[in-house]
Design a protein around this ligand. Structure first.
Ligand SMILES: [Zn+2]
Length: 276
């Protein structure tokens, strides 16, 4: 599932193709993508609009239009935005035809992705604020951000890292990588993480996301860059998807367990289980 680095990669790679272009015509072929709105109505609204900028908040890609509306795209499990395809790609659910004759294809095998058209800055802000907490690449994201988010919480620290309303954009891959880099066991009650460990974690979250962006994301199955290429972050995983392989830090075998209902990878030596 695309996380912050994958969505940020899509944003950066798509921006040169989209920014300043006018959407000559839009087609939405899957009602599920825009529900409860009418697909034809959404397509009609997009047609003729000029794209003034591409933004991102958490895992949302934000397509800002010249009429002050914003199309908020969430790729969920298997959504991809593709440019330059010779033929109509498989599982295409929507397409933007641009005024230079190019097009952007939206494909989605599992069909969990969403396109939501938000009218004006206040509606956009309300939409995002209701769903998303701290942006981990913002300059003011630090140990204090995590301390306030985790205060008094007994849930496992990994569960809270995955909660988009607390920290936006972190999913299963980057949560495991960040907790390993910070040497914190994923089941540690969030409110019991020490101040030095919170400082390590704030740094680690930012670091693993930036490494992921530099690698253009992780392609495990479905994620592709807009040109159809693969990310390479999977080659840089320290713990994720490395069950039984040696921890790059200490050599102990990585183990897989289950935390907050999610498959979780950790080093049993670097990430000591908290005492009960
Ligand atoms: Zn280790």
């Amino acid at each position: 599932m695309p996380e912050l680095p994958e969505v940020e990669t899509v944003r950066r790679r798509l921006a040169p193709f989209l920014e300043g272009r006018t959407i000559a015509m839009a087609e939405v072929d899957d009602a599920r993508l825009v529900r409860p709105e009418d697909p034809a109505a959404v397509a009609a609204r997009l047609g003729g609009a000029r794209i003034v900028g591409l933004g991102r908040r958490g895992k949302y890609l934000l397509v800002h239009l010249d009429d002050t509306s914003t199309l908020a795209v969430h790729l969920r499990m298997t959504g991809n935005l593709l440019v330059g395809a010779d033929t109509v790609p498989a599982h295409r659910r929507a397409v933007l035809h641009l005024d230079d004759g190019s097009r952007v294809d939206y494909t989605d095998l599992r069909r969990f992705g969403t396109w939501q058209l938000l009218e004006g800055a206040p509606e956009l802000a309300e939409f995002l604020d209701a769903r998303l907490g701290a942006e981990p690449l913002d300059p003011d994201f630090d140990a204090g951000t995590l301390r306030r988010a985790f205060a008094g919480r007994r849930a496992p620290v990994k569960a809270l890292l995955l909660d988009q309303r607390l920290v936006a954009g972190v999913g299963n891959i980057y949560a495991d990588e960040a907790l390993h880099a910070a040497r914190i066991h994923p089941e540690t009650p969030a409110g019991a993480v020490t101040r030095p460990a919170l400082a390590r974690l704030a740094t680690a979250v930012r670091d693993v996301l930036e490494i992921g962006i530099a690698a253009q994301g992780a392609t495990l199955r479905d994620y592709r860059t807009p040109e159809g290429g693969y990310g390479s972050m999977q080659e840089r995983f320290q713990v994720f998807d490395r069950t039984g392989e040696p921890c790059p830090h200490c050599g102990a075998a990585i183990v897989k367990t289950r935390v907050a209902g999610r498959g979780t990878h950790l080093c049993p030596r670097c990430q000591r289980r908290p005492r009960a």
